[in-house]
Design a protein around this ligand. Structure first.
Ligand code: NAI
Length: 472
């Protein structure tokens, strides 16, 4: 009789947790057993509790349905490695903060540590699957470490993850494609690719599972994120032109997106993209290009980040000019702090920069986000402003609702596109605000006409600018 395939995942974060929960929910306990492993006791305890460590629509139900059945969370990394047939590596790969490539290259410390843990513990052959986003040729380095330090044979695959936070469960259940990079030249390489293909084939149609060579797979992930971010920067660059010329960005985006060659997705203008991946992965690509001497290519991709930074600056400048060039001691309601709706994640959120800029102007911020934990907001702002929490507490308060945040404020600033900000009772909110009451919509989600009728002085990214807030 055959026993279940034993799957381990090193890293129980935004990728490891949801990915393993979906695999567990799509397979039966006698076909697949899964151990999700992490060095963080706190994270694993949260995965084993009633309150998961991260918010993702639909995730709680999935985890509760599989936990203890075929999905297990543990800090016993060594045992998990020994036990497994197939090991996903889904650890974090942040941008390097110092040394060669600081500010752009990927920090592979955690990936290498995971490889060394695998090498030290493994005593039977393993398939090691690189799930983390890594620079091209990292699998090769992984393989070299495993070979030099291990006692058994290893087959390395690259299987980058394309899920987006906020829609992770849906993206994992119905992926556009699954990419598996492996050594297709050897029998054992092909067998490893087939094992991983079969795991996904439990719910993904086979024609959506692509086998490529390892380097194509690694590079494809960086390129996919670079293209997505480039679309955001492209539409954002045009949003600035719309504001001055009388065109409406949403109308332009719709007209352009109906061209089948361009397509409608990722053409929504905003205060700027955030999230742990886009900037990091583009910088990674830039670093790769530079290291091969492709400086013109590197400059091209770097400009995507330059537009994004400029968009955040530009938005802050609009707020300041609107408020008669002084925000000092004015209460400003910040609606939304997460980098996008339906997640509690704030990594690289545009809100951190915009709030940081406003705090430099000595504004008083009242911040509300439905999912971001209070502690996280304090951590992000103290780090960004290089001030202590006590110092900041004079300028920052956290509100329990959008209405509370807006009470007695001079301006509302929308930084995340949460659905509840579309449907807020703005007429009621308006009554509690100082006059003139300003609204700066960084996600272009509100009905500007209706808000103007209520009495707000409005600014929405990409819409013609009210003469009262036009830059002078
Ligand atoms: P994360 O920071 O949420 O999770 C990483 C986890 O790995 C942490 O819990 C950490 O404690 C653990 N860890 C680090 N080293 C370890 C070790 N040696 N042994 C055991 N556990 C260890 O990171 P996230 O967001 O899940 O990202 C992971 C990778 O996936 C990154 O390379 C990222 O670029 C990539 N990715 C992320 C996406 C996202 O939306 N967050 C989407 C697609 C890819």
């Amino acid at each position: 009789g055959s026993r279940p395939l034993r799957v381990a995942c090193i890293g129980a974060g935004y990728v490891g947790g949801p990915t393993m929960a979906v695999i567990a929910s799509k397979t039966s306990p006698d076909a697949v057993q899964i151990q999700v492993l992490d060095i963080s006791e706190e994270r694993i305890a949260a995965w084993n509790s009633d309150r998961l460590p991260l918010y993702e629509p639909g995730l709680t139900e999935l985890v509760f349905g599989s936990r203890g059945r075929n999905l297990h969370f543990s800090t016993a990394i060594e045992d998990g490695i020994k036990w497994a047939d197939l090991i996903f590596v889904a650890v974090n790969t942040p941008t390097k903060e110092c040394g060669i490539g600081a500010g752009s290259a990927a920090d592979l410390t955690y990936v290498e540590l995971a490889a060394r843990q695998i090498a030290a513990a493994a005593d039977t052959p393993k398939i090691v699957v690189e799930k983390s986003t890594v620079p091209i040729r990292t699998a090769e380095a992984l393989g070299a470490i495993l070979e030099a330090c291990g006692r058994t044979s290893f087959e390395i695959l690259s299987n980058p993850e394309f899920l987006a936070e906020g829609t992770a469960v849906r993206d994992l259940c119905e992926p556009d494609r699954v990419l598996i990079g492996g050594n297709l030249e050897t029998d054992s390489g092909r067998r490893a690719v087939e094992t991983l293909t079969e795991l996904y084939a439990h719910w993904v149609p086979r024609e959506r599972i692509l086998a490529t060579n390892v380097w194509s797979s690694e590079l494809s992930k960086l390129v996919a994120n670079a293209f997505l971010a480039q679309r955001v920067s492209s539409i954002n660059s045009i949003s600035a032109l719309c504001e001055l010329s009388g065109a409406e960005i949403d109308e332009v985006a719709r007209a352009v997106g109906l061209d089948a060659r361009i397509g409608p997705h990722f053409l929504k203008c905003s205060v700027g993209f955030g999230g742990s991946c886009f900037q990091k992965d583009i910088l990674n690509l830039v670093y790769l290009c530079e290291s091969f001497g492709l400086n013109t290519v590197a400059d091209y991709w770097r400009s995507v980040i330059a537009i994004n930074d400029w968009q955040k600056q530009r938005f802050t400048a609009r707020i300041l000019h609107g408020l008669y060039n002084t925000a000092t001691n004015k209460k400003i309601a910040i609606l939304g702090f997460a980098f996008k709706k339906d997640t509690g994640d704030t990594r690289e959120s545009a809100a951190i920069d915009v709030c940081g800029n406003l705090l430099q102007e000595c504004a008083k911020l009242s911040i509300y986000d439905p999912k971001v934990p209070a502690e996280q907001i304090w951590t992000d702002l103290t780090r960004r402003c290089r001030r202590t929490r006590d110092e900041l507490a004079h300028y920052v308060t956290l509100a329990e609702s959008a209405e509370e945040a807006a009470m007695n404020s001079h301006a509302i600033v929308i930084l995340t596109e949460w659905d509840e900000f579309r449907t807020l009772d703005y007429a009621k909110v308006y009554k509690g605000m100082c006059r003139p009451a300003f609204l700066f919509d960084g996600r272009s989600i509100c009905d500007m006409k209706a808000l103007s009728q209520i009495g707000f002085v409005c600014y929405a990214i990409g819409s013609p600018v009210d003469s009262r807030i036009r830059l002078r």
